[in-house]
Design a protein around this ligand. Structure first.
Ligand code: IPM
Ligand code: MG
Length: 367
């Protein structure tokens, strides 16, 4: 096992600059406890980079990511950048190229209900108790990366086009990865598409069907995306691993986050290339930025995924997850989790971003 790891730290915009330091705190506690050396190098990305140097993904930032062992990202974007030329907007100019350049074709988003948060969800307890779903979203293809264009019509209107295409190769590699993940879990894979309407989905379904026989121990099912969005709320425990294309995965994971109580609980790992990127599934939340009220747990849990998927440090990852579980059980809450009363009857402790980060770091040292 190596002892020294280089981590690129990109806080980005909005609450990104508040939550990322809390995940770094958790990683520092891990390094103290286990004797690993994590070398953190911070760089600009998103609107913050645009403001400082005129581009949301400066070359130095990309070079740093490529030469690191893993990337920890906060969030990017904000209303002040919405009017920039499309190629300079944080999403199109930084996040998507970063995913593409690092060849991160697989985005893993685990939707797990922490027992302490049973009452935080807007959905009934008996429906969500025990939910544990891994959504695997294709991340470098589909509508996000297809050609985009605008044309003027003779009538003075416009036509806007986004191309949705998938190759057999793109489908096979994400589905293979999903089968491997399912093999280590409850061995059920649900492939989500819109094959009743879309040609790209028909190729998706044919490709999955052809691969099914290579994985006889895994139960493969197919579901239309509209049905899946309904089933996630009706009976989420029917799902183990979901694999789907880029845009469907984006939408379904925001929906699935509500099973966990808050989108502030949903981490993510983007993998597939040499360097993995770890970020919360939520955005930069400009409305609550700078107030020390954002929930850092999705980012802290993303740091746990970083340890697991990029460094193979399973025990260390589990310790972070255990620290989060324990803090929630003890009634520690950020304000987004306040819909819940504490199940054990203990008073709920409302914490700020930094205070939640401190508690997690403390627990990592003590548990
Ligand atoms: C996500 C986000 C991004 C996406 C945005 C910020 C471009 O919503 O990671 O889910 O759509 O992929
Ligand atoms: Mg999204």
């Amino acid at each position: 096992m190596r002892l020294k790891y280089k981590i690129a730290v990109l806080p980005g915009d909005g609450i990104g600059v508040e939550i990322v330091p809390e995940a770094v705190k958790a990683l520092e506690a891990i390094s103290l406890r286990f004797g690993h050396q994590f070398e953190f190098t911070e760089a600009l990305v998103g609107g913050a980079a645009y403001d400082a140097v005129g581009h949301p993904l400066p070359e130095e930032t990309l070079a740093l990511c490529k030469s690191s062992d893993a990337v920890l990202l906060g969030a990017i974007g904000g209303p002040q950048y919405d009017e920039l030329p499309v190629s300079l907007r944080p999403e199109i100019g930084a996040l998507l190229p970063l995913r593409k350049e690092l060849a991160l074709f697989a985005n893993l988003r685990p939707c797990m209900l922490f027992p302490g948060l049973l009452q935080a969800s807007t959905i009934k307890e008996e429906v969500i108790k025990g939910v544990d779903i891994m959504v695997i979203r294709e991340l470098t293809g589909g509508l996000y990366f297809g050609n985009k264009s605008r044309e003027k019509t003779p009538q003075g209107g416009q036509i806007a086009t986004d191309v949705l295409s998938y190759s057999t190769h793109e489908i096979e590699r994400i589905v293979r990865l999903a089968y491997e993940v399912a093999g280590k879990r409850r061995k059920q894979l649900c492939s989500v598409d819109k094959a009743n309407v879309l040609e790209s989905s028909r190729l998706w379904r044919e490709t999955v069907s052809a691969m099914e026989k290579e994985y006889p121990d895994i139960k493969t099912t197919h579901m239309y995306v509209d049905n899946c969005s309904m089933q996630l709320i009706r009976d989420p425990r029917q799902f183990d691993v979901i694999v789907t294309e880029n845009m469907f995965g984006d939408i379904l994971t925001d929906e699935a986050s509500m099973l966990t109580g808050s989108i502030g609980m949903l981490p993510s790992a983007s993998i597939g290339g040499d360097v993995g990127l770890y970020e919360p599934s939520h955005g930069s939340a400009p409305d609550i930025a700078g107030q020390n009220i954002a929930n850092p747990l999705a980012t802290i849990l993303s740091a746990a995924m970083l340890l697991r998927y990029s460094f193979n440090l399973d025990q260390e990852a589990e310790l972070i997850e255990k620290a989060v579980t324990r803090a929630l059980e003890e009634g520690c809450r950020t304000s987004d989790l306040l819909a819940c009363s504490d199940p054990s009857g203990q008073p709920v402790k409302v914490l700020g971003t930094r205070e939640m980060g401190d508690i997690i770091a403390q627990k990592i040292m003590q548990l």
